[in-house]
Design a protein around this ligand. Structure first.
Ligand code: MG
Length: 387
């Protein structure tokens, strides 16, 4: 479908690219692409996007070739988000841009790496991964002649900054009044497209972490009996395909996850449509001023929360995952100390930065898992993971 065809289908409350708030630095239009298609294209061509393929989601990258990485996770979020955006007549390209960029600021080694950088930056202004994603697209990508960063539209940047502490929001607001941090001060909502990506993110990892957890042998079918959302769909699959009960292999699991995702999409689209219809917001700004409009029915929301509690207790806190978490934390903490003590070990533009600690955090946050391991080994002589 041509860009103009897609734009003509937009609901009044969607983010219409023709009335986008624009970029911090004005650039001439890139017709026939919309401004949000152009954002997506810039994200796909960025260095940080390519690095996502070697960054851990839950399982350390080298543990197996079939586990999700931050890249494949981001692609799944974009796919789920676009499916829902199309049904809701929202701006698909904006959803895609936000989804592909939402994890750009993640450190190597998933949450363990992030906790370690946070700890190291506690006395130096802190570290928040959503804010870091914004920092990547606003400042750290260096490729265009006239500006640092990717100079993305307000709408994409608004979606990327999913959470922000009050302290950082005040700091960002001083630098850019009315920018993407404003909503954390006046407690308003982001666009429906951004709300959708937030939910697509959760929807993606809940499903793929079950898949990866079972693949890794850390979750068992017996444990999944505790998860009503899973059991309901598993039983429906078995009713339709009784032979799968006796079949070895992953068909039953994968079909269950597929149906679970479809049911969540159906519920979210129906619930969100009803909420939007009840409020009939005049435009995207009316959505921002309203309570959150994207969401699930109360019954499904409760089951999803139950699934999340299960994953937290059984997978994210699994001893094998925790062991990697501990090692990853050590790698990042020791790397941080090594660069802080010897900045010249970093590339010149980081070593010479005015705020050295921020530069160390930026440098480490940008690393892939394997690059961080190589640097750690080079600087400490120790090997904590066998790659
Ligand atoms: Mg994510």
């Amino acid at each position: 479908m041509s860009a103009s065809g897609a734009v003509d289908r937009l609901a009044p409350w969607a983010c219409d690219p023709r009335s986008a708030r624009g970029r911090r630095l004005h650039e001439p239009a890139a017709t026939p692409r919309t401004e949000h298609e152009r954002d997506r294209d810039r994200i796909v061509h960025s260095n940080s996007f390519r690095r996502l393929v070697y960054k851990t989601q839950v399982f350390v990258n080298h543990e197996g070739d079939l586990f999700r990485t931050r890249l494949t996770h981001s692609l799944e979020v974009a796919q789920l988000g676009r499916s829902m955006a199309r049904q809701l007549h929202l701006n698909e390209e904006l959803v895609e841009a936000i989804a592909l960029a939402h994890d750009l600021g993640h450190t190597p080694f998933g949450h363990a790496g992030q906790d370690a950088v946070q700890e190291c930056m506690r006395e130096h202004g802190g570290f928040e991964h959503n804010l870091q994603s914004l920092r990547v697209v606003d400042a750290l990508e260096i490729r265009y002649p006239d500006f640092d960063g990717l100079n993305l539209t307000f709408e994409t940047r608004e979606g990327i900054l999913k959470h922000c502490s009050r302290r950082n929001a005040e700091r960002l607001e001083r630098r850019e009044p009315g920018g993407p941090a404003r909503r954390f001060l006046d407690r308003s909502q982001p666009s429906l497209e951004a709300q959708l990506v937030d939910l697509a993110d959760e929807m993606a990892y809940n499903a793929h972490d079950i898949d990866d957890g079972v693949r890794a042998g850390l979750l068992t079918t017996a444990q999944l009996e505790q998860v009503p959302l899973f059991v309901r769909h598993r039983d429906a699959v078995l009713d339709a395909h009784p032979a799968l009960a006796a079949q070895p292999g992953r068909r039953l699991l994968l079909e269950t996850l597929r149906q679970m995702l479809s049911a969540q999409i159906g519920d979210l689209v129906a619930t969100t449509s009803a909420a939007v219809a009840a409020l009939a917001p005049a435009d995207a700004d009316a959505v921002r001023a309203a309570p959150p409009l994207a969401g699930y029915s109360a019954a499904l929301r409760a089951q999803i929360d139950e699934l999340k509690r299960f994953l937290f207790g059984s997978l994210y806190r699994h001893p094998q995952v925790m062991q990697n978490t501990e090692r990853a934390r050590t790698v990042v903490a020791e790397l941080f100390a090594a660069y802080a003590a010897a900045p010249a070990e970093m590339p010149a533009d980081y070593a010479g930065a005015a705020d050295l600690m921020r530069a160390v955090a930026d440098y480490i946050a940008g690393m892939t898992d394997r690059y961080a391991l190589r640097e750690h080994q080079r600087l400490t002589g120790r090997t904590l993971f066998a790659v």
